[in-house]
Design a protein around this ligand. Structure first.
Ligand SMILES: NC(=O)c1ccc[n+]([C@@H]2O[C@H](COP(=O)([O-])OP(=O)(O)OC[C@H]3O[C@@H](n4cnc5c(N)ncnc54)[C@H](O)[C@@H]3O)[C@@H](O)[C@H]2O)c1
Ligand SMILES: [Zn+2]
Length: 354
């Protein structure tokens, strides 16, 4: 039987062969179908989509260049113009087939074209399946400020298939897995324990992906616009985003998002141990879980102030103190905890000196 998660007015279908996709589309009499891909998903994922759509053969493909650097207004204009060239009207459907870049930008393009047309998300990276697939955030970057232009618009449906992950490289898999571990840490100790035991190369991930999406969905449906609880999803991201931004500017081969937040989660677990009751044993289990999968990132104490300034600008803070979501134990997370600079620096020392 198909597994499903009911989100904010739409369903997330977990189907290896996208079995209900065709019926879902044909039952809605769309005037036209557009499929947004990037070069990689055009090569690796479009054939899987095509084999699921045996009756539907008439659709237009829009292809963008892969990569976060292309999640911007210029590419978005390109998408809107192509939609116009294809004669898309308000009853057209957009299918976004790709990682978070394609689902974010495609969702944004669809939600604004002619004041909004329907779209379906088919996330093809682990990160986009467990994170970007639910929550309704669409958007693009502006001048390297991430996701600063966007909308909250829910798709008509999301389809998740493990088939797509077979062509994803190990580094991308691991990066996405950091968000899965995060979902375990903030909400479900059993999931965290499962993530420790999983071998990404050989194990069937379907159950873990399903539980991870279920958790994100439970959180966002209780707090769709991030007034409170949804902030727990930011665990690891306060320090992680700062390091990610630094690495993007500094490194020839920068950290991927999940790699940066893995580092952030180690530091923030240390802070949680110091001020939020997280036990020494939990801290060490968390550090080990990430050490096991992620290479150590080297940086010096000279950049601490730069990182902290980034955090102070990035978040809703209290004076010079920075707002964090912090674990109290594995599986439980609090939010709106304000932390002094000194302790943040200490947590970076903890990461570097282990
Ligand atoms: N909307 C949200 O709630 C939300 C949540 C988390 C992340 N995001 C966004 O998601 C983006 C990151 O997503 P991502 O990590 O998926 O990045 P991505 O879309 O850039 O994909 C990573 C790389 O994998 C390639 N790829 C995608 N699917 C593939 C497949 N099946 N086989 C082989 N290669 C494949 C892509 O072409 C790209 O080169 C960021 O822009 C982030 O802001 C959004
Ligand atoms: Zn994240």
């Amino acid at each position: 039987m198909t597994k499903q998660v009911a989100s904010l007015g739409y369903k997330v279908f977990f189907e290896k062969n996208l079995d209900s996709l065709e019926t879902f589309i044909t039952s809605r009499s769309y005037s036209q179908i557009l499929v947004l891909v990037d070069r990689n998903t055009n090569d690796h994922c479009l054939p899987i989509l095509q084999s699921a759509l045996s009756e539907i053969t008439d659709y237009d493909i829009i292809e963008v260049d892969p990569g976060e650097e292309n999640k911007n207004i210029d590419f978005c204009i390109g998408v809107w113009k192509t939609m116009l060239d294809f004669g898309a009207d308000r009853k057209a459907l957009m299918i976004n087939l790709g990682g978070g870049v394609v689902t974010d930008m495609g969702g944004f393009a669809a939600s604004t074209y002619k004041r909004g047309i329907d779209f379906i998300q088919i996330p093809t990276t682990l990160l986009s399946q467990v994170d970007a697939s639910v929550g309704g955030k669409t958007g693009i970057d502006l001048d390297n400020v991430k996701n600063i232009i966007g909308t909250f618009t829910q798709p008509q449906a999301v389809f998740i298939s493990g088939q797509f992950l077979s062509t994803l490289d190990d580094r991308q898999m691991c990066s996405g897995f950091a968000e899965v571990i995060k979902h375990g840490l903030i909400y479900d100790k059993d999931l965290f324990l499962k993530t420790i035991a999983t071998n990404l190369e050989t194990d069937d991930l379907d159950d873990i992906v399903f539980r991870s999406v279920e958790i994100k969905n439970e959180v966002i449906t209780q707090d769709p616009t991030e007034k409170g609880l949804r902030k727990i999803l930011n665990f690891g991201h306060t320090i992680g985003h700062a390091v990610e931004g630094y690495s993007l500017m500094q490194d020839a081969d920068p950290l991927l998002h999940g790699e940066a937040i893995a580092l952030g989660m180690i530091c923030e677990a240390y802070i949680a141990h110091k001020i939020n009751g997280l036990s020494e044993a939990d801290l060490s289990a968390i550090a080990q879980a990430f050490d096991h999968r992620f290479k150590r990132y080297t940086f010096s104490g000279d950049i601490y102030q730069e990182l902290i300034t980034f955090m102070q600008n990035d978040k809703k803070n209290e004076g010079r103190k920075v707002g964090f979501a912090l674990l109290s134990e594995i599986g439980k997370c609090d939010y709106n905890i304000y932390v002094e600079e000194e302790l943040i620096k200490e947590s970076l020392d903890f990461y570097r000196n282990r």
